[in-house]
Structure formats: C-alpha cells, structure tokens
Write a protein that binds this ligand. Sequence first.
Ligand code: GUN
Length: 283
Amino acid sequence: MTAKIIDGKEIAAKKRVEIAKEVLKLKETGITPGLAVILVGNNHASRTYVNNKQKACQDLGMHSLLIEFPETVSEGELLSKINELNNDQSIHGILVQLPIPKHINEKKVIESINPVKDVDGFHPINIGRMMTGQDSFLPCTPYGIMVLLEETGVSVSGKNVVVVGRSNIVGKPVGQLLLNQNATVTYCHSKTKDLLLHTTQADILVAAVGIPNFIKADHIKEGAVVIDVGINRDETGKLCGDVSFADVSEKAGFITPVPKGVGPMTITMLMFNTVKSAKNAGS
Ligand code: GUN
C-alpha cells in the first residue's frame, strides 16, 4: 500500500481563509484580534517560530505585538509584563515562547497568564477543562492534529490510537483529545518495554518523540494513519520528522509529511484561538 499524503499546508490554508473572514467580521464591530508574543533570549529556532507567528497575524489582518527580553531578564520583570498584557484590552492572546531560561520558573509564568488569554492552552485551568471535555483553549499542535484527521475524514471513535511521546505540549494533550472522541488510547515513551507490541496495534499512530526517523515500517500496521509531529534534522542536516517517511509511506494508509504536515496547523490553530478569545471578549 502507498499512503495518501495528508497535506497540512493545504488544510491550514483552507482554515486560514475561514479565520480571515472571522477577523473581518470582528473588525466591523470595532475589535481587532491581538496577539502578544514574548520571546526571551536568542534561541534561533524560537525566533523563527515567533517570526512565523507574527507573519501569520499580519497576513490575517490581526494586531501582533512582539516583546523581547534578554536571556538575563528576571522572573519578576517577565511576570510584571504578563500582568500588564493581562490588563491590556487590545490584546486577546498572550504567548510566552518556550523554552525560557532555567532561572525562571516556567510553571509560574504559564500560571500568571490570564486563562481567558491563554491561547497556547497551557494554563492548568485550560488543561483541566480540556480533560473534562469543557470548552477551553486547546493546545495548538494537538488541536491541529485533530483538525487534520477531521479534514481527512478519519473517524477516531473506537480506534486504537498509540501516542509515542508524553510531553505536556503534544503527547499528553493529543491523547486526551483523541480519548474525548472515544478512541482507545495508549501512551508509549522511553520506558515502554516493548514498543512494537503497542505500535503494531495502532489504527492511528502519533509520533511525537523528537528523534529523527525513529518510527520505521516495522513499527506500524498495514494501512495505519501515521501522524508525524517531529521537526528534526537528519545526519545530513535535512529537515525530517520522527517517522522514516520513505519506508513507512509504503505501508501506511495515510501519512503526514515533514515539512508541510502538522507544522502549518500549529500556527493556524494559534490564530484560531486568538480570534476565539477576541470573540469572547466582545460578547
Ligand atoms: N515551543 C515549542 N512549541 C511551542 C508552543 O506551541 N507554544 C509555545 N509558547 N512555545 C513553544
């Protein structure tokens, strides 16, 4: 079997057209959705992500504010800026690009963001709401994966899903969202004893481990839906995912490529969440 490619770039573009229409409607009521992004230090990858987030805002006609701090910023200064943004009516979403320097308590920073402006969906209140199936801001990469599955016509209910990776940003929440839609979810991680035993049972496999080409054809069941969250560089410096695309795509039913798979959906869902927050503020 040769897998059908799930085109994240195309699906993201379609969603962005819908979001742009919502932005226009809001602007007609005098509200311009605004996103504040805080970048601490000079991490090259973080800067690229932040630039892409700003560009997406501009493309959609949204207000975007970039706040930069040096690596040496104190926790107090950062918290005081977040407090200011919590009280700024022109800002509907606040995002602190992770990772942040070790001398700053990441949990404290995330919890200082007003949950109604937590468009990353990282605040414990939003995570708790997601777990109990209440309306909340959903974390952008997991949310993007759910939209990719929906747009591809993959039904989740009753399916065996295996999530490889258990990060707070991707692995844990994507498993929860799939469970909320009645999948049978298994989490695998670095301490899992027999990875193949689990992954070969998966109707849907989500790879979010951050190891280049980690998932091979032997790991998957014939016809499985394979979602690759990895953004890595292989030994030649080429961008690659957590899934060995060349061999897995010969066996899977559907597969997301890297790039142009999950990646474009993350920023799209961030824009969606920011517009949702602006709508909430106006209602
Ligand atoms: N670092 C890597 N991914 C993310 C993300 O989705 N949000 C934030 N704030 N930081 C990140």
